[in-house]
Design a protein around this ligand. Structure first.
Ligand code: NAP
Length: 310
């Protein structure tokens, strides 16, 4: 029997990706959505709170939490307490402690907890990780530039404390970097550029250290970019190989040659893994990308830049 999934937070990512992935996977069935503004998915019950959904949805089997990150912990906690496995959109929480606690609760109840990082589900990312396995990295350069007005139109939460600012896309880069880098990564220096009128950074210049690196590891995140996205990670290994992951981890080239990598797509692959985790009664909890963000905010030198108006 298909697992009946409730989606909490029916915004852009729920509509664009979660619903098609659920509808395209015979292991799942969309049972309900939660939208405080009553803007739910047509044809399935819509609740204005997750507690109403938990109380009134028959045979609910799992919950996908697609709200902004600051709401994630309380909702996930209630769902786990109600005995339901949870899939968490990225980032899995606003603090490491929240995620640690959710993992403890899930483990104690024998429930699946899945912290998803969609960019990791590109086959090119898996191929890059394989290519870098056991190698020494000479340099790694992460460039993540996009237009905030294009990708987050009217999303006020991204500028609030706990909204992550430019680290909302930047954490996708970190999720790829931590997946492919053949060792541990940590922050060394950070400059965070805050618009005068906002609580979260619009750009960041970052220097990292890595256990398997001999040279510079640097990241540039910038939301003030127009004219197409730049979502690239370029690695040079000590034995002279160059690896370039581009287009958000979807394209790989090795030494200038494009490598073919086929897969079902990010969100279909997320739900494929979720089905396998539910079947095995296992969890997949990965906080490495969130830890790098936390370190950047801990170390960050603050530079004020011009106000940002949507
Ligand atoms: P969004 O369009 O703003 O949607 C989030 C939805 O959650 C809103 O429509 C809102 O619906 C609901 N919500 C907002 N605050 C809430 C709260 N405090 N409690 C309960 N519900 C709340 O945002 P999004 O772009 O879908 O992003 C959601 C998450 O997915 C973020 O963590 C983001 O990083 C991640 N993500 C986004 C993308 C993307 O391209 N947009 C890609 C991958 C991952 P109601 O007001 O109707 O309740």
């Amino acid at each position: 029997m298909a697992t009946r999934v409730g989606i909490v937070g029916y915004g852009k990512i729920a509509q664009d990706q979660h619903v098609p992935a659920i509808e395209g996977n015979p292991h799942f069935e969309l049972a309900a959505t939660v939208s405080r503004s009553r803007n739910g998915h047509p044809g399935v019950p819509c609740f204005t709170s997750h507690t109403d959904m938990l109380r009134d949805t028959k045979d609910l089997g799992a919950v996908a939490i697609c709200t902004p990150p600051s709401a994630r912990y309380a909702i996930a906690r209630d769902c786990l307490d109600a005995g339901l496995p949870c899939l968490l959109e990225k980032p899995p929480g606003v603090t490491l402690g929240e995620v640690e606690e959710l993992k403890k609760v899930a483990d104690a109840r024998g429930l699946t907890l899945f912290t998803t990082w969609h960019a990791q589900h590109n086959p090119a990312v898996t191929a890059a990780a394989e290519a870098l396995k056991g190698k020494t990295v000479e340099t790694m350069r992460i460039t993540w530039r996009e237009d905030v007005r294009k990708w987050h139109p009217g999303q006020a939460w991204i500028w609030e404390p706990g909204g992550f600012g430019v680290f909302d896309p930047g954490i996708n880069a970190f999720s790829i970097a931590t997946r492919i880098f053949p060792g541990t990564l940590w922050l060394k220096e950070a400059e965070l550029l805050y618009p005068e009128n906002r609580q979260s950074p619009i750009a960041a210049h970052l220097a990292l250290s890595g256990s398997a690196a001999t040279g510079e590891i640097a990241a540039e995140f910038d939301w003030r970019h127009s004219g197409g996205e730049a979502w690239d990670i370029a690695v040079r290994t000590a034995d002279g190989e160059t690896i370039l992951l581009s287009e958000g981890g979807s394209k790989l080239s090795r030494n200038g040659e494009q490598v073919a990598a086929q897969g079902p797509g990010e969100y279909p692959d997320i739900y494929r893994e979720f089905a396998a985790l539910l079947d095995a009664k296992a969890s997949h909890v990965d906080v490495a990308p969130l830890r790098l963000c936390a370190e950047a905010f801990l170390l960050g030198r603050r530079t004020m830049v011009e106000p940002f108006e949507d």
